[in-house]
Design a protein around this ligand. Structure first.
Ligand code: FE2
Ligand code: FE2
Ligand code: FE2
Length: 266
């Protein structure tokens, strides 16, 4: 089970305190389950409290994001809704205490992992994106270097692939421009998988304790890439693409500078 660590701090005290409390509540439900007498009903009551607290927290966080005109608000709202839907999908009536215990434990595992991935992958980006900014192709400079050769080479390659997408969007008069962009996006998806696997292997090899957090973050990013479906967007594909690119490269820049930079060199 994941617990609150200092890399979860996003720098907005009210939000940080609430995240900490959410992890505590998960821990309290877990602890209640391990008591003997009447553990299931205590755990259920706490689980309800956790759910209420999460809903209140999401509302606070969304209000904060709205107040700073954070362009990621909509993406966050969707993620928050998915969390609530997951919790609500569990039914605990007409089952034995033993089954209830197993179900609650399963749910707690999911919630702690979700929360860690959401905070490190999404909440950490609150306040980082400029609204309506037209993004520019990223340039791989020294400040992005981790000092681990394979990681640095692959990060540079990711930047280069993103730069190719910009070139394609901005070049007028190419035939089948849209197909070209789709091809490069596929290349990006493919290469991202390769890179994450290489980076994770390196971390495994050196016995790095940040591996578990990294794996969650990588998976989440891959899921987001998979969700992109340009065929869904009929009009204004260009602005949709810019919005997506903005997210993509902000995520990447933030991830490299704040997360990958902590990986020790051999
Ligand atoms: Fe959030
Ligand atoms: Fe990386
Ligand atoms: Fe990474």
């Amino acid at each position: 089970m994941f617990t609150f660590t200092k890399d979860c701090l996003i720098g907005v005290p009210e939000i940080d305190n609430e995240h900490k409390r959410l992890f505590e509540l998960i821990g309290e439900v877990d602890a209640a389950l391990k008591m003997d007498a009447d553990s299931v009903s205590t755990a259920m009551a706490l689980l309800n409290e956790l759910k209420q607290y999460a809903v209140t927290h999401f509302a606070h966080e969304e209000a904060y994001m709205a107040s700073i005109h954070d362009p990621e608000l909509e993406r966050q709202q969707k993620e928050h809704q998915a969390f609530v839907a997951k919790v609500n999908s569990y039914r605990f009536s007409d089952i034995t205490d033993e089954t209830a215990k197993e179900l609650i434990l399963e749910l707690l595992e999911y919630l702690s992992k979700w929360l860690m991935g959401h905070i490190l992958g999404s909440d950490i980006l609150i306040g980082q994106f400029e609204a309506n900014a037209k993004p520019m192709a990223p340039v791989f400079t020294d400040k992005f270097k981790t000092g681990i050769p394979i990681v640095d080479e692959e990060h540079k390659m990711l930047f280069d692939i993103i730069a190719k997408i910009y070139t394609a969007i901005e070049t007028e008069l190419i035939h089948d421009k849209f197909d070209l962009i789709l091809d490069i996006l596929d290349e990006l998806k493919e290469y991202t998988r390769v890179h994450f696997a290489d980076e994770e292997n390196y971390m495994r090899e050196i016995g790095y304790d940040g591996l578990a957090h990294q794996e969650i973050l990588h998976q989440k990013f891959i899921d987001t890439l998979e969700e992109l479906d340009l065929n869904d967007v009929d009009d204004n594909q260009e602005s949709y693409l810019y919005e997506f690119l903005n997210f993509l490269q902000n995520w990447l820049v933030n991830h490299i500078l704040k997360v990958d930079m902590l990986i020790p060199q051999k």
